[in-house]
Design a protein around this ligand. Structure first.
Ligand SMILES: Nc1ncnc2c1ncn2[C@@H]1O[C@H](COP(=O)(O)OP(=O)(O)OP(=O)(O)O)[C@@H](O)[C@H]1O
Ligand SMILES: [Mg+2]
Length: 249
């Protein structure tokens, strides 16, 4: 099994979108996947078509002592995922501290190895966004850590202030290809000696929120879209990176 964490440099940059689409794209390319929502917003499931009223998920299972893998679901296209879930008596949001999330993740990673999942399974984790001054959440616990950013001056400045981030590779999402400013910011990031930027960028595409409204990814709702093309390329890049990791280990 290989593990990938996706984390936003800040909230709202499209991390959950990227997890759902990367998962669907890898699944379409024949790689078994398990998507794990470690983000208290519990929104990953929406892309995967889960009914609103279902409250089950990872955290209600962990906090009630039930095996977490019993909270797994399969989307209509066959993607396996575990939603964050909704607790009956939810604690204040800050109680889902990074230490607690890390501890849960360690347990999941350890126990997942004992499950009868296909050996090639790729586990993709939706992590909460980085807060000011916070350390990356899972960088030392996964094979690949992608930090999601938007190509805007705010993200650019925030990234520069945090450099170097050697453990993470930067995924640019929501590029407006017609914006000179955004293309320049992308070029500056790509040229930076201290930031590793993925060679694949996801463009801004109105089909992404439209698909979400249908509780689907663009692969079902808009298969000919730019976003479908970009996310398929992203999956190919991720799978080629992991082949290199597998080759070395
Ligand atoms: N490439 C894109 N093109 C257009 N819209 C996008 C794109 N990526 C994400 N969005 C939209 O941006 C909004 C926020 O996306 P998402 O929920 O994935 O962000 P997030 O980083 O996970 O947020 P949070 O920090 O709250 O968890 C959604 O409405 C989504 O449809
Ligand atoms: Mg999210």
């Amino acid at each position: 099994m290989k593990w990938i964490a996706l984390q936003g440099l800040k909230g709202g940059v499209g991390t959950t979108t990227a997890v759902a689409h990367l998962g669907e794209a890898c699944h379409r390319q024949g790689r078994p996947v398990l998507l794990l929502d470690l983000s208290p917003g519990n929104l990953l499931r929406v892309y995967l078509g889960m009914p609103w009223e279902v409250r089950r998920g990872l955290v209600p299972a962990l906090t009630s002592g039930t095996p977490w893998y019993q909270a797994a679901y399969r989307s209509a296209t066959g993607v396996r995922f575990i939603p964050f879930g909704v607790e009956s008596h939810p604690p204040a949001e800050q109680d889902y501290s990074r230490a607690v999330l890390r501890q849960w993740f360690r347990q999941i990673r350890r126990e997942a190895e004992e499950l009868q999942l296909p050996a090639q399974t790729l586990c993709i984790v939706d992590c909460p966004a980085l807060g000011p001054g916070e350390e990356l959440l899972l960088q030392d616990l996964v094979e690949l850590h992608l930090l999601v950013v938007n190509p805007d001056p705010g993200c650019f400045a925030s990234l520069r202030q945090r450099e170097p981030l050697p453990a993470a590779q930067v995924l640019i999402n929501r590029l407006h290809a017609e914006s000179r400013l955004e293309c320049d910011l992308q070029d500056m990031l790509l040229a930076s000696p201290t930031t590793r930027v993925l060679p694949v960028t996801i463009q801004q595409d109105a089909h992404v929120p439209e698909s979400l409204a249908w509780k689907q990814t663009v692969f079902q709702a808009a298969p000919a879209s730019q976003a479908a093309q970009d996310f398929a390329l992203l999956a190919s890049w991720v799978l080629s990176q992991l082949r290199e990791v597998e080759h070395v280990s």
